[in-house]
Each structure stands twice: as structure tokens, then as C-alpha cells.
Design a protein around this ligand. Structure first.
Ligand SMILES: Nc1ncnc2c1ncn2[C@@H]1O[C@H](COP(=O)(O)OP(=O)(O)OP(=O)(O)O)[C@@H](O)[C@H]1O
Ligand SMILES: [Mg+2]
Length: 285
């Protein structure tokens, strides 16, 4: 296992001691899961995550919950190599995508980010670009050539639950859609490059209840096709959409860590740790 005594800005792994048969394809789905092992993180030497280990099963939805500032977004960014893009950010530990170490020296960050897509809190389509071009935009960036872009755009919009609403105005700008539609456009854009995993950082927190319901339906429809990790402050949402759940907490002046993780129902109905019970019942945070 990896640890850090010197912070280098990337993980240090020892391939000889790296187990390589964890969460890949356990359900025979052909999908890749994520396996984070002893992940710690710093910003400019200040430790914000302490030895977080979590298996995110392939083809399942894993919800990350916990109070503000406990490191959920930081953890998410570590899962697709975005953390290292933040100035002064360091990390230690290991993240496996299927059986591949995403911080292996031979791993290409751009390819990891294609395979592990991200949807953010605030919908961020290219506002002046057409709906069609928004969906297709990741292809060029990822260097992916497809024989039939029209079909891929349609399929991606269908998977994101947006096709029926936009099929007659694919040339309209992405910025002309409602907030909820823009978020589904961002999901379509992420899906177009065939990711194994979709990371969603509070994807509904800027949306109205109806749009939130549509995104949750979309998550349910995607569940079998892609591994999903979602951060949410909404306890009802965590219970509606996720099969597994991890509760993060940062006690005063200490880095964030996982208090408890497991099947969502268990975390909510019979949590092992009293802090989990207090949090999921809204007694703090
Ligand atoms: N770019 C940054 N530079 C310095 N510190 C940062 C940076 N981003 C986050 N942090 C710090 O890291 C810790 C974890 O932040 P993070 O955003 O991961 O928490 P979070 O659980 O996602 O919170 P929220 O629920 O409010 O989104 C916090 O103490 C935060 O101040
Ligand atoms: Mg956050």
C-alpha cells in the first residue's frame, strides 16, 4: 500500500505490491468500478483527507454524504485526476479503475478523465455552442473519431433523458435551455465519450424539484450502464438514487475521513456509528 512521507503531487505506487483483482466486473457486467485505497489529500501542505478507502462498485450508484468542508469534492476530483490541476494540491494513496491504477506513471490523465467523466453542481454547457455541438464537443477533445456523429449525439441525448425535448432544435444554443435541461445536456456530453464512471458533484443543488426528479430518473436509467458516484446534501436523494453510501466527516481541525460506508439502506436504517445516525437524521451538518 502506498503512503506518503514526502508529498510529491502524485501518488507513489509499487506495482509489485498492488493487488489487481478488486472491483472489476464482479457482477459480470463488463463495467469498471473504482477502488480508492488510503487516499489522503493536501492543499499547500494542509491535510484535508485522511486515508480514505472506498470501493465504488461497477454499475452501481454510490452516494457520498457529509457536512460542508469534509472533503467530498476533493475526493471526487482525486477519482479522475482533476485534483492535481489545483495549484498546491497533493495526494497519496491509490485509485484503481477496474484493475488499472489511474496514477500509474504510464496512465494518461486525459484518458482517465475521458473514462471517468464529471458533472458539476452548476450546469456548464458551452452557452453559445449548439446543443448538438455541445454533445459532440468531448469527441474532438478526446481525439475520438466516430463514423456516425448524428447517431452518437442522439443516443447520448436519449441516455441523458433529453432527446424528446430538444430533437427539433439541435442547432439552438445550449445556453438557451433551462437549468435542468442544461444539466442533462452536460450529462449527455459526458456520456458521448463512453465513460466507465460518471462523477456527479451535487448535480441537483442548483435545480428546481421537477428538474431534480428528471435527473434522478436519468441516474436510475443509467445505473446499469455506467458506474456513478454522486455527492449530495439531500438525504432523501441519497436514499432514492444510491445502492451504497459513504459518510464523510471532518472533526474540528482534523482532515476528513469516512466514518462509515456500506449499503445505503443500512447506513440510514441501522448505522453502526452514532455520528452517522446523528447526521442522517439531520441532527447536525
Ligand atoms: N482549491 C483549494 N485550495 C485550498 N483549500 C481547498 C481547496 N479546495 C478545497 N479546499 C479545502 O479542502 C477542504 C475540503 O473541501 P471540499 O470542497 O472537498 O469539501 P466538500 O465536502 O466538498 O464541501 P461542500 O459540501 O461544501 O461542497 C475544505 O477545508 C476546503 O476549505
Ligand atoms: Mg463539495
Amino acid at each position: 500500500m502506498t503512503d506518503t512521507t514526502t508529498m510529491t503531487g502524485t501518488t507513489m505506487t509499487d506495482p509489485a505490491t498492488t493487488p489487481r483483482n478488486t472491483v472489476t466486473d464482479i457482477a459480470g457486467t463488463g463495467l469498471a468500478g473504482l477502488d480508492a485505497r488510503n487516499v489522503s489529500a493536501w492543499f499547500s501542505g494542509h491535510k484535508v483527507l485522511e486515508r480514505v478507502s472506498l470501493q465504488m462498485e461497477p454499475g452501481k450508484v454510490t452516494a457520498l454524504i457529509g457536512p460542508s468542508g469534509c472533503g467530498k469534492s476533493t475526493f471526487l476530483r482525486i477519482l479522475n485526476r482533476m485534483h492535481e490541476m489545483v495549484k498546491g494540491a497533493q495526494l497519496a494513496g491509490q485509485v484503481l479503475l477496474g484493475d488499472e491504477d489511474i496514477y500509474h506513471p504510464g496512465a494518461r490523465p486525459a484518458e482517465i478523465r475521458r473514462r471517468v467523466g464529471m458533472v458539476f453542481q452548476k450546469p456548464n454547457p458551452f452557452p453559445a455552442m449548439s446543443i448538438y455541438d455541445n454533445v459532440a464537443s468531448g469527441l474532438k477533445l478526446s481525439g475520438i473519431k466516430v463514423a456516425d456523429t448524428d447517431t452518437l449525439v442522439e443516443t447520448s441525448l436519449r441516455r441523458a433523458g433529453l432527446w424528446r425535448e430538444v430533437q427539433s432544435r439541435l442547432k439552438s444554443p445550449g445556453g438557451a435551455l433551462s437549468g435542468g435541461q442544461q444539466q442533462r445536456l452536460c450529462i449527455a456530453r459526458a456520456l458521448a465519450v463512453s465513460p466507465d464512471v460518471l462523477l456527479m458533484d451535487e448535480p441537483c443543488s442548483a435545480l428546481d424539484p421537477t428538474s431534480t426528479r428528471r435527473i434522478e430518473e436519468t441516474i436510475g436509467e443509467l445505473e446499469d450502464q455506467v458506474t456513478i458516484v454522486i455527492v449530495t446534501h439531500n438525504m432523501q436523494q441519497a436514499q432514492r438514487v444510491s445502492g451504497n453510501c459513504a459518510f464523510f466527516l471532518a472533526a474540528e481541525n482534523t482532515p476528513g475521513s469516512i466514518v462509515e460506508s456500506g449499503p445505503t439502506r443500512q447506513l440510514f436504517d441501522s448505522p453502526v456509528d452514532p455520528r452517522t445516525a446523528d447526521y442522517v437524521h439531520g441532527r447536525f451538518g
